[in-house]
Design a protein around this ligand. Sequence first.
Ligand code: BES
Ligand code: ZN
Ligand code: ZN
Length: 500
Amino acid sequence: MEFRISDGPLQQQRSGCMVAGVYEGRKLAPAAAQLDAASDHALHRVIDRGDLEGELGATLLLHNVAQVAAERVLLVGLGKEGDLFEGRYRTALSSAIKTLRTTGAEEATLCLGDFAVKGREGPWMIEQAVLAVMDGMYRFDALKSKPAQPARALKTVIFHVADRSEAAAAEAAIHRAAAVSEGVILAKDLGNMPGNLCTPAYLADHALEVAKRHGFEVKILEQSDIEKLGMGAFLAVARGSLQPPKLIVMEYHGGPAGAQPLVLVGKGITFDAGGISIKPPLDMDEMKFDMCGAASVFGALRAAALMELPLNVVGIIPATENMPGGDATKPGDIVTTMSGQTVEILDTDSEGRLVLCDALTYAQQYKPAAVIDVATLTGEIVTALGDVATGMFSNDDALAREVLAAGEIAWDRAWQMPLWEEYQDALKSNFADFPNIGSHADCAVTAACFLARFTKDYPWVHLDIAGTAAKSGADKGATGRPVALLAQFLAARATSRSRQ
Ligand code: BES
Ligand code: ZN
Ligand code: ZN
C-alpha cells in the first residue's frame, strides 16, 4: 500500500474515490458539503431519497458525480454530529475500507476534515487511518490452495489535508504508522499460522530471519542450554511434547552501548492442549493463538527497528507446546524454577506462568530499565474485560502510567487490575514453596501474583492479552494487539530519553 498527502479543492482531486462523511439525520459533514455544492447538490438529492441516514459505519457509494473529478464518492455514516470519538472513527474507517474493497478503485482519498475526533490532531488521525487501512486489507490466505478473493484493486490511500503546512507532520505520521503496521502484520501472520507449522523451531528460525533483516543479535537456547540454566518450570511444560522447546533471545541495539535495555517477554506456547489437565475440545483450535504474546514481541521489535528508535530492546520468548504426551508433567509434580523457588504444578493448563517465570528470571541478567511481559494468560481476563482492553498488572506505578498512556495514544488500550498483597494468599502449597494455581478459585490476578514472585528486582508490567490478541467466530484471526501499544511505549521512551 502507498500512502500520500494532498490538498487543494476537493472537487478537483483526481482519484478513484473520495471518502467523505454524513452525520445522523442526513447531514453532510464539511467535505461532503463541499462536494455537494460543487455538484449542484447531487449528494443531497440521493440521501434525501433515504439511501443513507448517517448511522455510524453505514456506507453509500456514488458514481460519476457531476463536477467532481474523482470517479466515485463514498459517503460514510459518522453517527451523531460531535460524537465521533476514537473507537467510532476506527469503525467508520473499517466500514469505508470494507466497501472500498468491493470496488475497482485503485486510489481512495480520505477527506480527513470530516472525520475529526475531539482532542486528536491530524497526525494521530493519519496514523490511525494507516493502521485501519492495513488492517482492512489484511488477509491470511497463504495456506489456501487458491486465493479466497480476487486480487484487490486498492493500492493508494491519499489523505486530504486542509493546509499544505500540515504536510511534513503528516508524512512523519505515515512513516511511523507504516512501521507499526509492519509489526502488526508480522504478529498477525505468526499468530494465524497453525500449530503444526508454527512450532518452537519455526519461531526460532523466524527470529534468525528477522534478526538478519534488522541487524538484531539473536540467541537460540536449546533444551540442553535451558536445562543448564535450571529452568525447571519451563521444561516441565515442554515434557509432554515431541517438539523441543526453544528459548529465543533477540537484542535490538539502537541506543548507546551500556544503556539499560527495555525487555519484552512473550508467552510462546505454539499450541496449548492443556497438558494432562487437558482442555475440552470446543474451540481448542484457538489455542494455536497461545503464542500471540511472542508474536507481539516480534512485532514490537520490528516496529522499533523500522522506526530506528535510539533504544536498546531485548525480546525473550520461551517457546514450547503444552501437550499431554507420555512423559508429560502430572498434577502434583514439583519443579524447581531458575529462581530457586519450587512450584507444585496443580494444573498443567496453567502453563503460561510456568514458562514466563523462568524467562522473567532470565531477564534479570540485563539489569533492565523495565520489563513488560505479554501473554494470552487467562480465560478470566476475557470474562473481566472482553475483547476491548488488555489486562494490565504492575509492581511500579510510574511504569504502569506510561503503559496505560501508550495504550490510550495508540488506541490499543489496557486497563489496570490490582496486584494487592491480599491476593497472594491464594498461592499456598503444603509441599512446595507455592502452587501454580490458587487454592479455591484461580483468576487473572492470581496468575499475575504468581509472576510477581519472579519480578521483584525491576519495574515490571504484565499484559494479559487473552481477550485482545485474537478474535473468534466469523472473524477468527490474530489481531496483532498489543503491538501498537508496545511500539508507542518504546517510541515515547525513546523521545523522553533523548531529551535527558
Ligand atoms: N492459554 C490459556 C488462556 C486462554 C484462555 C487464552 C482463553 C486465550 C483464551 C491458559 O494457558 C490457560 O489455560 N489458562 C487457564 C488457567 C486455569 C486452568 C487456572 C484458564 O484461564 O482457563
Ligand atoms: Zn493453558
Ligand atoms: Zn496457555
